[in-house]
Design a protein around this ligand. Structure first.
Ligand code: NOJ
Length: 554
């Protein structure tokens, strides 16, 4: 497989323009502000930025309710600013991915307005209608508690319309060929403006059959191939990263057996089991999740993440496992959401314990896939639980000790900046951390640099190695005659492990420590013996450091 598939070994940084940096002082982050911070992002060493939705929107779901796909929200700037931004990112070698939210539109989109008003309009069939309230209207809500139904009566159309998410997000009738053509047109538009691909929102729902008479929705996987094919004809190295929280036995349907559907998928299975492992110091279910999600086409890749802008969904864990994670990381009602998730940022979930935070990130960077980091996590930012639902972990970036953390000069920031407690901007900000060699920020920068030096993780095959203790995960990756090995101790006490690398050749004898100088030589029985500190981790290159000499670079 040629190395041109850049996303196989990339580091992605996700941010929302509105809460990143406000340059014009109106309280809302904008593209000009983001441009000023590009060198900061570049300094982190990331390969791509994923922008959350920034198109025109009434903003009732953090921009995931778009009212014009071919625009930039005027509060963030203009299309001109957007192009300047993608150009400036390109100059720094950073690619730009954007959200593609086409399962639904805002109810303020002109298509929906037209569809409601005029039953004869072509847009009527762009949405999903029913004259009577469907029997399953109270089922399948994504936001239980806040969302009462999936079908709502529209007084103008005098019919019910389908909405998988909030009632202000009517679902597009994605089976309609005209809608499908429009989705391609949207992709073509943004590709032309310089993006390298899309994080596709709610993919299982996009491809699902929809309608009052649909009792058992069916996924139309062929659509995924159409999206990919179109995109790659337009720009060969562009890609789609699918948000699809599905069971492992359908993963290959999303990737395509021949690797002809989605290029990447977020690995929700590993994400949830990783949090269980962190909570219970038990890696068995995590290993199972990794084995189950091992199959993927050679060109396919997993997106590895810890937290994102939504709640930490624990819906795929067993009742017992979920309870353990809640008890460890979100014991109070106010920490939890929709009975299945935790709405906190990573640092406060882990009690601000630097050892555990490093362990979690070290895992994110070394589990099989491409790491996806969320803005502010590189500083260990916290959350504001006084904000409703998922808003609590979407507060503005904390740049300095200036008012509102240097995010805006306005006295009315679009979201309150965290200004009290241990995570307040006076303690947690980029300016301080830039100067402190031991800061989280500088640690993240170093770990990203090292991650780029171990392409085996992005490209290679992994093997779980027996280390004799379920609290320790030992992983080896092999690629092009090179091997790296990682140890992670999930327990709060030191653990000594004895293990064989499993390679079975002369390289076994030496493990070169990539983050420190604790190299390891095999004992006479061929085993390595390593003592890991509480929550300790090690990155090793197996055999020695001369790998560059014998690895083909194509
Ligand atoms: C998934 C997004 O991550 C979430 O934030 C959003 O509310 C829903 N899709 C609906 O677009």
């Amino acid at each position: 497989m040629i190395k041109d598939l850049w996303y196989k070994n990339a580091v992605v940084y996700c941010l929302s323009v509105g809460t990143y940096m406000d340059a014009n002082g109106d309280g809302v982050g904008d593209f000009s502000g983001l441009m000023r911070r590009l060198d900061y992002i570049n300094g982190l060493g990331v390969s791509a930025i994923w922008l959350m939705p920034f198109q025109a929107s009434p903003g009732r779901d953090n921009g995931y309710d778009i009212s014009d796909y071919y625009s930039v929200n005027p509060a963030y700037g203009t299309l001109g600013d957007f192009v300047e931004f993608t150009h400036a990112a390109k100059q720094r070698g950073i690619r730009v991915l954007i959200d593609l939210v086409v399962n639904h539109t805002s109810n303020e989109h002109a298509w929906f307005k037209e569809a409601r008003r005029d039953p004869k309009s072509k847009y009527r069939d762009w949405y999903v209608w029913s004259k009577k309230k469907p029997a399953n209207a109270d089922k399948g809500m994504v936001f239980p508690g806040v969302q009462k139904s999936t079908w709502t009566h529209d007084p103008v159309a005098k019919e019910y319309y389908f909405h998988r998410f909030y009632d202000f997000q009517p679902d597009l009738n994605t089976s309609n060929p005209e809608v499908q053509a429009e989705i391609l047109r949207i992709m073509g538009f943004w590709i032309q403006l310089g993006v390298s691909g899309f994080r596709m929102d709610a993919v299982p729902f996009v491809i699902s059959t929809k309608g009052a008479e649909v009792n058992k929705p069916r996924e139309q996987y062929g659509m995924l191939r159409d999206f990919r094919e179109f995109l790659q004809w337009r720009v060969g190295d562009s890609m789609i990263l699918a948000e699809a929280n599905v069971l492992p036995n359908t993963d290959m349907q999303y990737f395509g057996d021949d690797g002809d559907r989605m290029h990447m998928m977020f690995n929700f299975q590993v994400n949830q089991n990783l949090f269980y492992a962190l909570a219970a110091a038990d890696t068995k279910p995590l290993v199972k999740a990794m084995e189950k999600t091992k199959p993927r086409p050679p060109s396919g890749q997993w997106g590895m993440f810890l937290r994102n802008h939504d709640e930490l969904d624990l819906g795929r864990l067993t009742e017992k496992q979920r309870k353990k994670v809640f008890a460890a990381f979100g014991p109070n009602k106010e920490d939890q959401l929709y009975d299945r998730g935790i709405r906190r940022r990573l640092a406060p979930m882990l009690g601000g314990d630097r050892r555990r935070i490093e362990l979690a990130y070290s895992l994110m960077f070394t589990l099989p896939g491409t790491p996806v980091l969320r803005y502010g996590d590189e500083l260990g930012m916290g959350d504001d639980l006084s904000l409703p639902e998922r808003e609590c972990c979407r507060t503005p970036m904390q740049w300095s000790t200036e008012p509102h953390g240097g995010f805006t000069k306005s006295d009315k920031p679009v979201m309150p900046v965290i200004d009290r407690g241990p995570y307040g901007y006076e303690h947690v900000n980029a300016a301080f951390q830039r100067r402190d060699p031991n800061s989280m920020l500088n640690w993240i920068e170093r770990i990203i640099r090292m991650r780029k030096e171990v392409p085996e993780v992005g490209w290679g095959d992994f093997e779980v190695i027996k280390a004799g203790n379920d609290a320790v995960l030992a992983l080896r990756y092999d690629w092009r005659n090179n091997s790296v090995l990682f140890l992670h101790n999930f327990a709060g006490e030191p653990i000594e492990v004895e293990f064989k690398t499993g390679l079975g050749d002369e390289r076994d004898d030496k493990l070169v420590d990539l983050l420190g100088d604790a190299h390891s030589n095999a004992q006479t029985n061929g085993k390595h013996c390593v003592c890991l500190e509480a929550y300790g981790y090690r990155w090793y290159r197996v055999g020695g450091l001369d790998y560059l000499l014998n690895r083909s670079d194509v």
